[in-house]
Design a protein around this ligand. Structure first.
Ligand SMILES: [Zn+2]
Ligand SMILES: [Zn+2]
Length: 480
């Protein structure tokens, strides 16, 4: 599809995409509770003539809409997300922190835009297949629970991505950049200790403190940290402190652990060491505990041919331009947080790229990184985690980022909620829709590209296949 056609076709859908992005921004529904957001997408997919699959892996808010033409091959998936974050309610397009809904949620990761752009691309690709009569299937995947719940990993356990020839997606960010390298696999489990309540002064000998067990477990894990791989990470939160009275021996206490390592087998091995520390803490305190699986994700496998395809479309499609008011707004937001350094992974690892980025970003001082970062493809890892990783182990997958936030804005922040609900977010979302659309059209029209992506995927998975971090008996964990 040529650039002019993509621009025209996304432009035709512009009002609809903005309406969806704004509505989902306002719904701001939490992971695995995205009922209204899901209903909106399903309604729009039905209206557009997609076949719906409702529910995956016992998750009601997971769905897909597909359209096939001719032989139905190849099959290209476009991934969308739509969950928000708790405690981040924030007025749109505001330069000060002000809650919109008391104790409400907000789209601090920009998933309102993520889903809308992916949906828009699927709509236009359907029209492209209809118009050209090309063979193929396009599937928009509604992936719930990215922030918590690992929706895509549960869908992966059901084999959702195995039938695809490739999957593409994007993420809102403060740079226009290809995404490369890998990230960490992650498993979350809650350890729920139970002991015996007693009067802390009168009958201390009768009590068995679950809170002591949690504290000893945390100390044990502190010592573990010295003896684990440098790239691994272990984080925790005490989810039940056992009550507010020091004069009662705490009969219950829980701690949620997040264990991250390079890949799923490494993470499972590290997780087992944390399990043994929990056993030790229970032994020391004469308490019991149960483990509740929360979620898990795989590391991401990069796919250079797909990354290059996305980047070629990023280069071909003109970047948004910003009005003086938008520059002023971004500059005012930027004053509300500290940011330093040059944007993008390439600038960190390649001195020549760093030099170019320094010039383009005016030494990192611009309020909006209104340029395309130089292409960079590498093996470097970022210490975060995403359930896109689980997709990438089952089909060639690539993603990119588009500017929706002011330069250097912290992730999961009120600044992102504010900007993601502003015209800057709108422009980033529409540009991302165009890039996805162009890349999908390339995948349908260029068999050599799909072959190269498939070959890269086969090389990366030659040693071993996908290990799903979700145990067979685990059920989606919804935080109440
Ligand atoms: Zn996020
Ligand atoms: Zn996100």
């Amino acid at each position: 599809m040529d650039t002019k056609t993509i621009l025209e076709m996304i432009d035709e859908k512009k009002d609809l995409l903005l309406e969806i992005s704004h509505q989902i921004w306002a719904f701001a529904e939490l992971s695995l509770k995205e009922v209204k957001s899901t209903a909106l997408y399903k309604e729009k997919l039905k209206e557009a003539g997609f076949s719906l699959q409702e529910g995956y892996a016992g998750i009601d808010t997971a769905f897909s809409g597909s359209f096939s033409s001719g032989s139905g091959k190849p099959v290209i998936g476009i991934l969308g997300e739509f969950d928000a974050l708790s405690g981040l309610s924030q007025k749109a397009a505001s330069t000060v922190k002000e809650e919109l809904v008391k104790n409400g949620s907000g789209h601090g990761c920009g998933h309102n835009m993520l889903g809308a752009a992916s949906f828009g691309a699927a709509l236009v690709v359907k029209k492209y297949l209809e118009g050209t009569g090309a063979d193929g299937t396009v599937i928009f995947f509604g992936c719930p629970g990215e922030e918590g719940g690992a929706g895509k990993a549960f869908m992966a356990r059901e084999g959702a991505w195995r039938t695809l020839d490739a999957a593409i997606t994007w993420h809102p960010d403060y740079v226009n950049c290809s995404v490369t390298g890998s990230c960490l696999s992650c498993i979350q489990k809650e350890y729920r200790f139970s002991g015996v309540a007693a009067h802390a002064a009168g009958d201390p000998d009768k009590g068995r403190s679950a809170l002591d067990a949690v504290e000893l477990m945390n100390i044990g894990v502190q010592y573990l940290r010295e003896h684990m791989p440098a790239t691994a990470r272990v984080h925790y939160a005490i989810t039940d402190g056992g009550g507010v009275s020091p004069n009662v021996v705490q009969p219950t206490a829980s701690v949620l652990y997040m264990v991250r390592s390079r890949d799923v087998p490494d993470t499972l091995a590290l997780q087992e060491r944390v399990d043994r520390i929990a056993e030790g803490a229970a032994l020391m305190t004469d308490t019991r505990f149960e483990r509740v699986f929360v979620d898990g994700t795989a590391d991401t496998l990069p796919n250079p041919p797909l990354e290059a395809c996305l980047y070629a479309n990023m280069q071909a499609l003109p970047l948004p331009e910003y009005s003086p008011a938008e520059w002023d707004f971004a500059a005012a937001l930027r004053k509300t947080y500290e940011s330093e350094g040059l944007p993008g992974l390439g600038a960190k690892h390649d001195p020549a790229i760093a030099e170019k980025v320094r010039a383009m970003s005016e030494n990192g001082t611009k309020a909006l990184n209104d340029f395309l970062l130089p292409y960079y493809s590498g093996e470097d890892f970022s210490p975060g985690s995403t359930d896109v990783g689980d997709v990438s182990w089952l089909t060639p997958t690539a993603q990119f980022t588009a500017l929706c936030f002011p330069a250097g804005a912290p992730g999961h922040s009120w600044q992102n909620v504010s900007c993601g609900g502003s015209s800057i977010g709108d422009k980033g979302m529409l540009w991302a829709a165009r890039v996805l659309c162009g890349a999908a059209a390339d995948l349908f029209s260029d068999p050599a590209l799909l072959d190269a992506a498939g070959a890269a995927f086969s090389r990366r998975t030659a040693d071993r296949g996908y290990v799903c971090p979700i145990p067979p008996d685990a059920v989606p964990y919804v935080i109440e």
